[in-house]
Write a protein that binds this ligand. Structure first.
Ligand code: B12
Ligand code: SF4
Ligand code: SF4
Length: 388
């Protein structure tokens, strides 16, 4: 048999991964300091689960697996062979979904492949292999491990870039007690490029290698369980789940190697990565579940997705969205009524003020009342005849 490291690499590819590299199990001391400083500076605000203790645990492989010696770092492309990587076009009354969510839930796909990899190794070696696998939802800093193993390098957008697949890759690690020779980090950098920083519509990349979570559209459309800040809403455009802009503009992303075993496409989204906003607003909880079960979109929950649909309709300002938004003013969920009111204020067709005033009469929720009052003012200003 080949030496163990080459065997693992060949076998990982057979299991369906696109990239595989090895790093040692020493602590991620520098990355830990950076992550803790980000928490301290409020740059991870909004992610209540992203705690100091999680970072400390996730940056010490011995905490994750006693006797850990190596980390197998894995990359899995989320593109499908004929997917275009041209920036997603806006379509009237539709909202954009980030590319990684156009395939079935990657956590499941990756963990299944990781499990197969470890079981296969155990069979080959005829012994138990101590192993823990992590992808996204675990405490490890997935990108720090990928960078140290040379799987890719940190772009200024904070995404890991790779020579073969750009940043269109999901990252995972198997922490193991197998002794494997580590690979070296790559020496590549972004050079003088700053495209992602300049083109991020919200200014979320506040400095090279630093994303302010609360300013990122990805956070606002996926993780934020509350009100989307007023100043962020116009900047979100028509993204309803995640955002690909800093990747779309990245020159390294012109190279998009074909994935070996693509993750199955999610029928609920479709290749064009667009969701019909009027349809989204009408979904009941059961319909939402049966449509999006098994996709990453479940993470936003129905209320999150419908809130995002309101914002996207408000930004597109097409009259076709008005009936759906008026119907949403009767939704049981205050967050949806509030964001629908905002959107109506943006579209401001002549009948909108009257309709919002009617909603205000019966509205009892203080937050929604404020949204309606602001929307009436906004629509009033937009529809007022210009003074001579
Ligand atoms: C929290 C989180 C988010 C948050 C915060 C993002 C952020 N930048 O931290 C939000 C919700 C905004 C988000 C968005 C996205 N995410 Co996210 N997210 C995570 C999660 C769970 C933790 C990330 C984390 O720890 N951040 C904390 C900070 C400290 O980490 P960092 O930004 O990477 O910081 C490092 C660099 O700044 C570097 N650094 C600092 N200074 C310097 C200086 C130099 C010179 C260099 C070279 C490096 C360097 O050191 C830091 C520490 O390692 C990981 C999964 C995981 N468990 O790791 C996925 C993860 C990072 N996300 C992922 C993806 C795909 C996305 C999106 C592309 C999704 C989308 N299309 O909407 C966007 C990208 C936005 C962006 N530009 O980052 C992938 C990234 C894959 C890749 N190729 O890089 C991950 C790894 C999930 C996975 N397992 O595949 N995400
Ligand atoms: S995902 Fe979008 S909002 Fe977030 S940093 Fe990238 S371009 Fe900016
Ligand atoms: S757009 Fe430019 S600066 Fe940003 S990650 Fe890509 S190469 Fe680096």
């Amino acid at each position: 048999m080949q030496d163990l490291k080459s065997h693992i690499k060949t076998y990982a590819i057979e299991c369906g991964f696109d990239l595989v590299r090895i790093t040692g199990a020493e602590e991620f001391a520098e990355d830990r300091d950076v992550a803790l400083a980000r928490i301290e500076a409020g740059q991870m605000d909004g992610l209540s689960w992203y705690t100091e203790s999680r970072v400390r645990r996730g940056t010490d492989p011995q905490e994750l697996l006693s006797g850990a010696r190596s980390i197998i770092c894995l990359g899995l492309s989320y593109l499908n062979p004929n997917d275009s990587t041209e920036p997603t076009e806006s379509i009237s009354n539709h909202g954009k979904v980030a590319r990684y969510a156009r395939v079935k839930d990657y956590h499941r796909a990756m963990k299944r492949r990781m499990k197969a990899l470890v079981r296969g190794l155990e069979e080959t070696l005829d012994t138990n292999v101590g192993a823990r696998w992590y992808v996204d939802d675990g405490p490890m800093l997935d990108r720090a491990a990928a960078a140290r193993s040379g799987l890719g390098w940190f772009g200024k957008s904070t995404n890991i870039l790779t020579q073969t697949h750009g940043s269109w890759l999901l990252l995972g690690q198997i922490v193991t007690d197998l002794e494997l020779e580590p690979d070296a980090p790559l020496k590549k950098t972004c050079g003088s490029c700053v495209r992602c920083i300049d083109d991020c519509p919200t200014g979320a990349i506040i400095a090279p290698y630093v994303v302010d979570n609360a300013r990122c559209i990805s956070y606002q459309t996926i993780e934020n369980r509350g009100v989307i800040p007023l100043e962020m809403r116009p900047l979100i455009g028509d993204w309803v789940f995640g955002c690909d802009i800093c990747q779309d503009v990245c020159p390294v992303n012109r190279k998009t190697g074909i994935p070996r075993k693509p993750i199955q496409k999610a029928d609920a989204v479709g290749t064009a990565g667009q969701l019909d906003l009027v349809e989204l607003l009408a979904l009941t909880e059961d319909q939402f579940r049966s449509r999006f079960q098994g996709t990453s979109i479940m993470r936003a929950k129905r209320i999150g997705l419908q809130k995002n649909a309101c914002v996207a309709l408000g930004n597109q300002q097409t009259e076709a969205g008005v009936p759906a938004l008026k119907a949403a003013m009767a939704n049981d969920e205050p967050l949806i009524r509030g964001h629908a009111a905002w959107a109506l204020g943006q579209i401001a067709t002549p009948d909108v003020v009257g309709s919002l005033e009617q909603s205000l009469v019966s509205e009892r929720d203080d937050y929604v009342r404020k949204e309606i009052q602001a929307a009436i003012k906004q629509a009033g200003q937009k529809t007022a005849p210009a003074s001579s």
